[in-house]
Design a protein around this ligand. Sequence first.
Ligand code: HEM
Length: 281
Amino acid sequence: MSKEGDYAAVAEAIRKIIPKEGYDDGSAGPVLVRLAWHASGTYDKASDTGGSNGATMRYKLEADDGANSGLEYARAFLEPIKQQFPWISYADLWTFAGTVALEYMGGPKIQWKPGRVDYADDSNVPPNGRLPDGAQGADHLRHIFYRMGFNDQEIVALSGAHNLGRTHANRSGFDGPWVPNPTRFSNTYFKLLLNEEWYEGKSPAGVRQFYDEDKDLMMLPTDMALIEDPKFRSWVEKYAKDKDAFYEDFAKVFAKLLELGIKRGPDGKAVVNVLKAEAKL
Ligand code: HEM
């Protein structure tokens, strides 16, 4: 029997399910990082709604947001862990697994705090459309991330997670990985953005994206916006040169992402983020 609050045991169990022969690049790590991000990235600062509390992606309304396509794999990978440790909430498990996966893949240690609760129904599911659309540009990135409460530097640092994993034509329409070794965290994504020639093309699903010369690697239009926009670009240049600064800033901003909208009561449990009528827009 697992002891309530034994997060070291949960982390150990998560590490065991990360190697996945026959799935993508042999690792569940990247899609677990993406689940933690999409669970959290629905936060809206103005109305104080959304965010990782509630594990609202369990409900069809949020699971079916096109931006969440493919995350059913991540949720399914974690289901046996939830069965093994029934005391952990899905909301804590999804965010915690993202941090464990990042570290497993060589990323920095992320400060993570428990206390999220699982909402009992879908009445506080945030509206669809709060997550970024890779087909757009710098204005869209600012609109989406400023809404969560991030600045330009934090947008660039967070985007460095595209050093991990890949896009899938049958999920987002985009196709291919950003870096040659997509299961190892590093600042290669920033170096490639600056140092490769990127050619506009179309994915097999007919979506506009960018390819390197060999068509082995890809960039989304939103990734390209990070070198086209001068304010974003200065941070890309910094992180390409200074891996330690990237790791330090990434650890801070990813921890901030997972805490968006979380307010803990005296018992350490997070308070429900009630969806106000005006936030449904
Ligand atoms: C800046 C705006 C962002 C856009 C437009 C964006 C868009 C996308 C898209 C289209 C995919 C491919 C999905 C698929 O086809 O499977 C993807 C994958 C991924 N994204 Fe992002 N993303 C953004 C920011 C982030 C952030 C902030 C993180 C984490 C901190 C992140 C982590 C990931 C990871 C790890 C994957 C790979 C998932 C896998 O291998 O299955 N992304 N993203």
